[in-house]
Design a protein around this ligand. Structure first.
Ligand code: A3P
Length: 953
């Protein structure tokens, strides 16, 4: 089938036929990618995606760092499906929001990285494709992915009116709005862009903008490629990389936001030779108003015209642009209509006379058809077929548009648009906050900065730092208020209306940088801190940075933070996320953060030897174990015990990664038993408490119980969820709910396997209080087996919040990296189980080792049957058969079973799994406390000998 000409792919592919050897993408230091090769990469990716069941109707989220592979991945995905590039700096809650809103079939992540996105994908049942970049070439990559299950939503070539790209814009509501852009929207916008600056195949664009924004993907990627020109990829914006790119790659133009232009102008005197040797044809300024003075400074420094434009996500980019190369340009104006038609109207949508103020409206091929899933906003966003931009402006007699103000309250921080209500909501979720109003405050380089006024609840006390940390743990760094004021009341109009756009003025706040005083000087104490201080001094243009100085108080902003981490990347080849600067904004905190997470960087920066392998394993000391125990939150309240105990049930008690899912699936094969996935019931008084505990990404854990209800009652997931919602709303006591399950099971015996139960002794003791003669299977596994498995599965991200509570986990990140967390978890859980079982009659407990279970499953199954008093069922030896009956499938076709994520990698019971750890661990790092527990569970044969682990392979 011939490709329709009005898709982005078709426009780019034309050049692969006409000039296959021409350079499409370059990245300094690597061989270029020709148009011929670019189309080969896109075609191969289309093939791989469609083989995995991804088609035209499917959304594919792309969460990758800024690099040439991100460019090729976005081009390939949007050529056969719907690409949703997301900011790799997003926090968990933001990723959860975007995944829930976009419902992607697949997410593309950098192989071995992006743990938060991986967790969210796992928890939301989104398949992950790993992108393996080819380090030696520009833009080349390989995808490895599981099959996504199900069939593609719409196959074949994409059509002009298919959605190609999903982006989000900040709205007046708290949540970002979803903007679907079709192939023809993108082509129309790129064509307008090409025409407005007369792009040709000899143009070379230096690409420094994020690709999850419209400008970064259409203006500086799709448009130049459609024109047959070259795009020079970087790892994002930083001053040194910009000038290096200018020198090495000889670009003819670039596009930046005013904040970046400010930095470039400031640094320009040091790069005068490079600028003279490599003249630019033009510089395009986007995303925020460009002050006239800055425009003149940029033109002076670079000797090149600056083209200021006005564009929006909803219009796939350019709306108005200053005429170029020739023709009249008017500084202060965003230019003339350059794509869609532009008009200025009154509040009824009627055009106002020339020179009068009104709302800017647009219509044309590049304008989106409407926000997705948001009829209320759509209803307010259109005057007929004219889209309301929410910006206020005037048109002069020559058709030049001047933007005069904003009808919306969006904060524009260096081009990043922020909805103040989103920030308010997060502030209001803090227990001490009664009222909050977030607004823009002028900032010398960013244009605007996020400020907030907060009214505390009577009797409450909270520091500014605690509040900004609260926001920082929930929202991307650029949304965190840098200026916080506590007030008794928030100023409102006489009519009680909040006027955010006037708050800064009302409160007399004129400059964001003047609001944060500088800390007293404390000299750096280590060579590493001194080196970091020097880097900050260079990045921020300040003198004598001390340990207590705060990056943002010194005038830093998100771009400067990015510039700082990019410099680290550039000079020392170490990837540090920009969030590090926001999580650890003082020099002292950054030093300890980087020392803990990037030991190689410390070595490289201070000239010490680079550690050859991963960080050395520290031993768990008794103090750490005590702190770990203390951190485990109490989940039970003071509810009185029920008058009557429930009938007998079986509990499988173990640490995670002990083969408990395997054992459950085996028990589930026995018709006399009902063994659902993790129920998570015992540690709570009521179902409402249980629901509250599993908030955020933890809530997916509750699906084990949903699956159980579906099975018991033969109902679909929606019905099971609705039934649970009713019981939760009624604050049903947990023992009553257990009773309901047991009644509905008829004669079958309930097996509750939930490793979390061993978190506390009081939870375990509840089993004795709630059930008549409960039976306990203590499943144990060698600590090294558990630790290796746990580390491989990166389970601390799920287990830490579960143990300490999601709110606490957001306040204090897991302080136990690597093996420390699983080792202590294994030790504490098994200690709790042993202490609990010491008080239970021996006839009601059975200890089984995972190693014995997999070595001789027949014998183990018979022993289990004898213990629980049911006949042996041969189906127990085929735990991987019949997923539905055993509840080893997910709640929905696209979701996963709760429990062992590796379970379905096995086909049979595999004895070799027990010894996997012996290939990896040779030095004995286990603490004395853990060895004591191990020995008491029968693992003394591998105990340490001279620091080496004693075993025969
Ligand atoms: P590894 O990660 O060491 O491979 P749990 O369900 O308690 O979290 O335990 C998970 C462990 O059980 C994983 O260990 C997993 O591979 C192992 N397992 C699951 N099914 C298995 C099978 N059929 N044979 C052997 N081991 C199995």
């Amino acid at each position: 089938m011939p490709t329709p000409p009005d898709t982005v792919y078709a426009r780019i592919a034309r050049h692969a036929v006409e000039r296959p050897g021409a350079h499409a993408l370059e990245s300094p230091g690597k061989p270029p990618l020709t148009f011929g090769k670019l189309v080969e990469i896109i075609d191969a990716t289309i093939g791989a995606l469609s083989a995995a069941g991804i088609g035209r109707g499917d959304v594919v989220a792309v969460v990758l760092p800024h690099a040439s592979e991100l460019a090729t991945a976005c081009l390939a995905v949007s050529a056969c499906a719907q690409a949703a590039p997301l900011n790799p700096e997003y926090r968990r809650a933001e990723l959860e929001f975007h995944f829930a809103s976009l419902k992607p079939r697949l997410v593309i992540l950098p192989a071995g990285r992006a743990p938060a996105a991986r967790d969210v994908a796992r928890a939301t049942g989104v398949a992950v494709a790993d992108l393996h970049a080819d380090a030696a070439s520009t833009g080349a990559f390989r995808l490895s992915f599981p099959t996504t299950g199900g069939s593609a939503t719409g196959r074949g070539r994409v059509h002009a009116d298919d959605v190609a790209l999903w982006l989000h814009t900040s709205g007046t509501t708290a949540r970002p709005k979803k903007v679907p852009l079709t192939q023809s929207n993108l082509v129309a916008s790129a064509e307008a862009m090409i025409a407005s600056v007369a792009l040709t195949s000899s143009d070379r664009c230096l690409h420094v903008l994020p690709m999850f924004h419209i400008g970064g993907i259409v203006d500086v990627l799709m448009a130049p490629l459609m024109a047959g020109g070259t795009v020079v990829c970087t790892s994002g914006f930083s001053v040194p990389e910009f000038f290096l790119g200018l020198e090495v790659a000889r670009p003819t133009w670039t596009q930046a936001v005013p904040t970046m232009l400010r930095e470039l102008v400031d640094a320009a005197p040091e790069h005068r030779d490079a600028i003279a040797r490599r003249p630019l044809r033009f510089i395009r300024s986007v995303s925020a108003a460009l002050p006239v003075d800055l425009l003149k400074e940029v033109q002076g420094a670079f000797g090149a015209p600056v083209v200021e434009i006005y564009g929006m996500t909803e219009t796939a980019g350019v709306i108005a642009s200053n005429p170029f190369p020739s023709g009249m340009r008017k500084p202060g104006s965003v230019g003339v209509a350059a794509g869609p038609e532009v008009a200025v109207v009154d509040e009824r949508g009627v055009p106002v006379p020339t020179g009068q103020r009104g709302e800017v409206v647009v219509r044309g091929r590049s304008v989106m058809r409407g926000y997705a899933d948001d009829e209320a906003t759509n209803a307010a966003s259109w005057f007929g077929d004219w889209f309301r931009t929410g910006d206020e402006g005037t048109l002069d007699a020559d058709g030049f548009l001047y933007l005069t103000g904003r009808i919306k309250e969006i904060i524009n921080r260096g081009g990043e648009k922020i909805s103040p209500r989103e920030v308010d909501e997060v502030l209001l979720s803090h227990p001490a906050v009664a009222e909050a109003a977030t607004f823009a405050i002028p900032h010398p380089s960013l244009g605007e900065e996020v400020a907030t006024v907060v009214v505390l609840k009577p009797g409450s006390n909270v520091s500014k730092t605690a509040l900004t940390e609260h926001v920082g743990s929930r929202l991307a760094y650029f949304k965190v208020p840098r200026v916080v004021h506590f007030l008794q009341a928030i100023p409102k109009t006489a009519g009680g209306k909040l006027q955010r756009n006037r708050l800064a003025e009302t409160l007399g706040l004129r400059d964001a940088t003047a609001e944060a005083p500088r800390a007293a000087y404390v000299a750096p104490r280590t060579p590493f801190a001194a080196e970091l201080a020097r880097l900050w001094e260079a990045t921020l243009g300040v003198e004598r940075v001390g340990l207590d100085d705060d990056f943002f108080a010194l005038g830093g902003d998100s771009l400067k933070a990015a510039s700082f981490v990019n410099q680290i990347q550039h000079q020392w080849h170490e990837t540090v996320y920009v969030t590090a600067v926001f999580d650890a904004p003082t020099l002292a905190r950054l030093e300890s953060y980087l020392s803990a997470h990037h030991p190689e960087l410390v070595a490289k920066m201070t000239g010490a030897a680079v550690p050859s392998s991963g960080p050395a394993r520290r031993a768990v000391d008794p103090d750490a174990l005590r702190r770990f125990r203390r951190a485990i939150a109490k989940t039970l309240g003071e509810a009185p015990l029920p008058p009557k105990r429930n009938p007998q049930a079986v509990f499988v008690l173990s640490s995670p990664r002990s083969g408990s899912t395997l054992m459950r699936a085996m028990l589930g094969g026995n018709r006399a038993l009902f063994a659902p996935p993790e129920l998570y019931l015992l540690p709570f008084d009521t179902l409402a408490d249980r629901k509250a505990w599993f908030s955020g990404s933890q809530r997916f854990q509750l699906e084990g119980n949903t699956r159980a209800l579906m099975q018991m009652r033969g109902i679909p997931p929606e019905e099971a969820e609705a039934a649970m919602a009713r019981l939760e709303a009624a604050r049903t006591p947990v023992h009553e709910y257990y009773g309901t399950i047991q009644r509905e099971l008829g004669g079958r015996l309930l097996v509750d396997k939930t490793p979390y139960y061993a978190h506390r002794l009081d939870t375990l003791e509840r089993a004795e209080a709630l059930f008549e003669d409960a039976l306990y299977i203590h499943l144990v596994r060698h600590p090294y087996g558990v630790i290796r498995s746990f580390e491989e599965a990166k389970l601390a991200t799920l287990w830490y919040p579960r143990l300490v509570g999601t709110a606490e986990a957001e306040r204090t990140p897991n302080p136990w990296p690597g093996h420390l967390f699983p080792e202590m978890l294994w030790t504490v859980l098994n200690q709790n189980i042993a202490a609990f079982l010491a008080g239970v009659p021996s006839g009601r407990q059975l200890r089984l080792r995972f190693e014995d279970l997999v070595a001789d499953p027949g014998r183990a199954s018979r022993a289990l049957c004898e213990f629980v008093g049911v006949p042996f069922d041969p189906a127990m030896l085929e735990p991987h058969a019949d997923r539905r009956a055993r509840m080893t499938d997910g709640v929905r076709p696209e979701s996963r079973m709760i429990g062992d994520m590796k379970f379905h990698e096995h086909r049979t019971i595999d004895a070799s799994v027990a010894d996997l750890w012996k290939r990896e661990y040779h030095d004995d790092f286990l603490s004395g406390a853990a060895w004591d527990v191990a020995a008491s569970l029968g693992y003394e044969e591998t105990a340490s000998r001279d620091g080496r682990i004693g075993f025969e392979l």
